[in-house]
Design a binder for this molecule. Sequence first.
Ligand SMILES: Cc1ncc(COP(=O)(O)O)c(C=O)c1O
Length: 396
Amino acid sequence: MEKKRKGFSTEAIHGSTVKDQYGALVTPIYNTSTFVFDSTAQGAARFAQEEEGYIYSRLGTPTCTALEETLAKLEGGEAALVTATGMGAVTATIWTCISAGQEIIADKTLYGCTFEFFEHHLSRFGVKVHFIEMADEEELKATLNENTRIVYLETPANPNLKIIDIEKTASIVHAYNPEIRVICDNTFSSPVLQRPLELGADIVLHSCTKYINGHGDLLAGVVVSDKQTIHDILMIGIKDMTGAVLAPNEAFLVARGLKTLEVRMQRHCESAMKIARYLETNDKVEKVFYPGLESHEGHEIAKKQMDGFGGMVSFIVKGGREKAAIVADNVKVATLAVSLGAAETLLEHPGSMTHSPLTEEELEAAGIAPGLIRYSVGLENVDDLIEDLKQAFEKI
Ligand SMILES: Cc1ncc(COP(=O)(O)O)c(C=O)c1O
């Protein structure tokens, strides 16, 4: 009989099996760079992976293990690996899964640094990246070839909340070649709202800097997949190629934030819906992007693959960059800053900030208009946030 899965918050609070020798309720911060061996034979056995146990903190600590066990359960994967940042998760994964001469297919809309890594840096190592409209089935099929090793997407995508059908994409890719890894950046949804592995993706990753930690006070990342893949990413992408290890202090804080992820996401979703509806009625707004709106191109897919539409709302201010800057410069409750998923509402102008590495042509291809503002709805009172936006728009 299939074991019944526990509810999200139950797993988020009790998901780890790591036990403290003194019975501490919460897994302590194991601040140590290395672990003591009883004998040379034991050290050798651990290095040879014949005996389980900690070796050196670049390869793991109990504080990180506790967080990894919990995140693996929440994403429905066999194993997880926490990393120093979200970009640590992206780069350690890609370096592990790709070699010179092989190819990646990625959607055109990606977080700016992921795009930059793919477009400007991987190419220096003989890896070709095709940027396509992933939702276009024919374009995807036409781009897949014998060198494809990775298909990479974000949904909802940063910054314009484009939605991609994960199940459909994974089934097209795996029908062509089951060995190709479908990698999904799930940062904008969090596992509360979307679990890509259940929809057919092979690897899911996050910037835990955002919703998973949720308090805007640290950087962290995670990769979740099957045991072998996570082992490979640890031994290659982390141990040898990036060293992007999460420190135990940070792991402790992420585990603390994770306990309230579900309740925070409920509030983010509720408030974001109200803000998106308000923005739709604002005649100084050209277009609102929120997957919960019926007007959103990906609304039906979002309804199918998400358990809520998230806390991110993007909108194009009429009059382009100059008018968008007036709104961004005049908010008082929201804060002008990059990043997202915190208790504080944060807004930014992707064209000049998170996505500034992109050329004008690349911005246009990625669907990032000059007047686009990305708004991360925080946990403040939503009426205060709407009043705040109203007074900022009045300055135009
Ligand atoms: C979708 C997405 N992926 C990855 C990252 C990178 O995460 P980090 O800043 O933790 O390295 C970000 C950062 O904004 C992001 O928005």
